[in-house]
Design a binder for this molecule. Sequence first.
Ligand code: C2E
Ligand code: CA
Ligand code: CA
Length: 542
Amino acid sequence: MASPTLDRVLDAVFRVDASFNVLFLSEPGQHWLGCANAAELPKTFIEVMHPEDVERFKTTCHDSPDAFTCDVRVIKSGTELWVNVRGYPISAVHQFVLCIFDISRWKTDEAVFRHAAEHDNLTGLPNRAFLKGAVDRMLKSEGSPFCVALLDLDGFKKVNDTYGHAIGDAVLIETSKRLLKVIGPQDILARLGGDEFVLVLHDKTAAAAKDAMTSVLFAIARPYDAAPHNAYLGVSIGVAEYPAHGTDYSILLKNADTAMYHAKNAGKNRVSVFQQTSESVDFSINAAIHNGIEEGEFYMEFQPQFDIQRNIIGAESLMRWTSRDFGRVGPDQFIPIAEEAGLMPFLGKWALRYSCHQLREFQQFKPDFVMSVNVSPVQFGGDDFDTQVLEVIAQARVEPKHVILEITESTLMHSQAKTERALANLRDKGVRFSIDDFGTGFSSLAYLTRLPVSSIKIDKAFVRAIEHPSSAKLSDKKLIAAMIDLAHSIDLRVVAEGVENEEQFAFLKESGCNLIQGYLLGKPMSADAMRGILNAPRQATA
Ligand code: C2E
Ligand code: CA
Ligand code: CA
């Protein structure tokens, strides 16, 4: 019945009667269906078809006086396959010839093609085509206001030009991951190309979108470890609101773009909301930090430090910021930005002055109280770091030996002769140094013997690893014990930070750790609260 040529092209050819009983099945068709002998041949074409497709197939078939075509699923050896059926009625005998072409591969390809057409190759995010479709659907539903935010990275070109495309790509992938983490589950994030991204924020007015963009600014401002030297980028963001700033896709995008350029021109790394008039409202972290310093939005909290008998011996000062524009922002978020913006020497000096001032006050309750102050690596950049520190200490009328500067391993590792001279000068005047986050950086004690360091602070990541005696983290315990022994062998004292429970405390005590800091014994607190503790008849919980 079927010609040899057709057999080469088609996977199967059936001849069926009006009730779809199989009268004939081509030989390739028998192989294709996996029928070993005549007994295994299907009785009807219906029985090979997916039950859900039967009605549609029958209707197509009976409604077509001439040839028809229809895609259906067949069940072949237990698996479902898409086939294209072309049917030719043989009216005289009330029969049909059904030519079957296996298109299962195409069906999957189609899904792959559709995904590829609507997604960006590099980041896997939706692309421009997808975005337009999604926004058009939102516009059709004429629902509540929403915002389109156009994001353009600041400084990306430089990273790309300096380190090459592979690193540029890694930075873009990292960017898309950071953005996905901070957007809402309903929001859409798309990449337009290059370093341009679009965010569609559901159910948000421009004012709400501006708030939401705060976390985007901070997410991008963190150093990128995908690039050498932990490159810093920023992002300029333009926001347009539906329906206030446009009622179709291209106008919304164009207005978001205008606002984005405004953000660039106003100094980058900020959010700008589109305005019909020429002026635009914008919010930048840098400006907010500047402003915050002037407005007194920064303050310090103090976390008590204890000896192993649980007596308070001092505190670490920790910086806090409650911003008018951004709300409460953690030091892990704003310090990297202040460092990059060149504001850290100023902010750091302010923190030292504040801390020394409090130290003097705390010493009225406890004369040998010791204050630990964090110092950012960038503060060593200036020529007169040591002079400034000594000046602040003198002005606060405290003694250098009651001040401990917490520095990081990287400050020491990358230190210039200038830094070493400043450290040595301060040490000679009695100021002490502690290595913060010890164990996370370079973990070489060799350089510690060279430099005027008096203690190390074991990072809380290690302390967290201390759990039950039988825990799999035994090696971490050994590591802590070894760090403590090693530090003691070169006359360094050991502070453990992030001590949250009694098990950790017991282990550290047993290992000879000297000082304890952590939520178990005291959280960071206001100066008032600290005074309250120092003033209490018995300041330690025995
Ligand atoms: P850090 O110097 O390692 O400070 C210790 C951090 O651990 C503080 O976070 C503190 O609140 C937190 N912490 C204390 N005890 C516990 C505990 O038991 N469990 C846990 N999970 N955490 C505990 P915070 O205040 O968010 O500060 C973060 C970082 O910001 C500091 O890490 C420091 O690197 C930096 N920083 C804070 N204030 C200043 C400052 O005045 N100057 C400079 N340069 N850096 C600062
Ligand atoms: Ca610290
Ligand atoms: Ca630390």
